[in-house]
Design a protein around this ligand. Structure first.
Ligand code: NAD
Ligand code: IPM
Ligand code: MN
Length: 353
């Protein structure tokens, strides 16, 4: 019998988007391709030029069948969406990023916050390692609401949070599973002292799911106290699970304590794999530095490592993380504007060898 060598190949949809999205995705792909060559698999990227520029030409952020075009891919790698100078954020984000998260049931948004070697965060604490898990499809981002009597003194704006049992159970269960796989400690973020329907429900479901995980120690923290704790005692935390908006805000705080948005990676995971997951840095298009060539690509490169891990290429993902650590340990990419995007990328590639 003939032995067949078929190289594994993963199809990737690349959406660089706006501003620094393009250079950081380019950097992430160069690094991902370098490790793929080494680990015997191939990446076959297809680039989708969906962005605010696309909107100005076509009147929409992606084609009508954009979601269906993305569905067959193994994963999506996204840069950043938004260019408020030309397209209102409420239009651009609701036309591209947010519909992808919802349509593909990417309900777990995973955001790790820890210091890479050599990076000086703003805190005295250096030994923290947080994994934030943000609900990613409903809650405060349900999109339900409306405006009435616009432009009159009687004007009304309503934006309704929607918390479903399915949505809350699945994200909490995901949080408990991650906690079980790490330190066995879970922090559940609430605000049930003020939000007496949604967050009381969240706490009740936390208690219910806790019964399935007797080996996990769960504690609830109000969002305001959690924000303070992430600054004062981040090392007391491990896995943190939060609703969509609470998780959004806490993870920019997480980015800040790990040295800045240039270091914060994320994965929008569809855990049942019924549709592609999407990987993206936490940051946006950074209009203030977009033309300067100084965007830090580390957040995007780290996100690509999370993508390879999700695809099952653990060793390749580990290679990227080790190369990043050696790069920052050598002082490259550690300070905003200290090195250019391509210098940092070349340094990481050199570490990969
Ligand atoms: P931002 O993350 O783009 O920028 C905030 C600050 O962080 C800026 O000073 C920026 O220069 C800096 N920064 C961000 N990433 C950096 C990097 N890799 N290297 C060095 N510095 C970096 O947030 P913003 O200014 O609030 O938003 C700009 C646009 O991006 C808006 O349209 C917003 O809606 C959008 N946005 C998109 C996403 C996304 O696509 N996931 C995330 C956040 C914001
Ligand atoms: C993020 C971003 C998005 C969010 C915006 C751009 C809609 O801030 O991914 O953190 O709020 O989810
Ligand atoms: Mn955010």
């Amino acid at each position: 019998m003939n032995e067949e060598h078929v190289m594994k190949s993963y199809s990737l949809a690349l959406i660089p988007g706006d501003g620094i999205g393009e250079p950081v995705i380019d950097a992430a792909m160069r690094v991902a391709e370098a490790v793929s060559a080494r680990h015997g698999f191939a990446l076959t990227p297809t680039t989708f030029e969906w962005s605010c520029d696309y909107y100005l030409r076509h009147g929409r952020m992606m084609p009508e069948d954009g979601i269906e075009q993305l569905r067959p891919f193994d994963a999506i790698l996204l840069g950043a969406v938004g260019w408020p100078q030309t397209v209102p954020d409420s239009v651009s984000l609701h036309g591209l990023l947010l519909p992808i998260r919802k349509a593909f049931r990417q309900y777990a948004n995973i955001r790790p916050h820890r210091l890479l070697p050599g990076v000086e965060g703003p805190l005295r604490a250096t030994n923290f390692d947080l994994l934030c898990i943000r609900e990613n499809t409903e809650g405060e981002y349900s999109g339900a609401g409306g405006r009435l009597h616009q432009g009159t003194p009687q004007e009304v704006a309503v934006e309704t949070s929607i918390f479903t049992r399915e949505g809350v159970e699945r994200i909490l269960r995901y949080g408990f599973e991650q906690a079980r796989a790490r330190s066995g400690r879970l922090a559940s973020v609430t605000k049930s002292n003020a939000q007496k329907y949604s967050m009381v429900f969240w706490d009740e479901v936390t208690a219910e799911i806790a019964a399935e995980f007797p080996d996990v120690e769960v504690r609830s923290y109000h969002i305001d106290a959690m924000a303070a704790r992430m600054v004062m005692q981040p090392e007391s935390l491990d896995v943190v699970v939060a609703s969509n908006l609470f998780g959004d805000i806490l993870t920019d705080l997480g980015a800040a304590i790990q040295g800045g948005l240039g270091f914060a990676a994320s994965a929008n995971i569809n855990p049942d794999r019924s549709a592609p997951s999407m990987f993206e840095p936490v940051h946006g298009s950074a209009p203030d530095i977009a033309s300067l060539g100084i965007a830090n690509p580390i957040a995007a490169i780290w996100s690509a490592a999370m993508m390879l891990e999700h695809l099952g290429e653990m060793e390749a993902a580990k290679d990227i993380m080790e190369a990043l650590a050696r790069t920052t340990a050598a002082g490259i990419g550690v300070r905003p504007g200290g090195h250019r995007t391509d210098e940092i990328t070349r340094a990481v590639l050199a570490q990969i060898g």
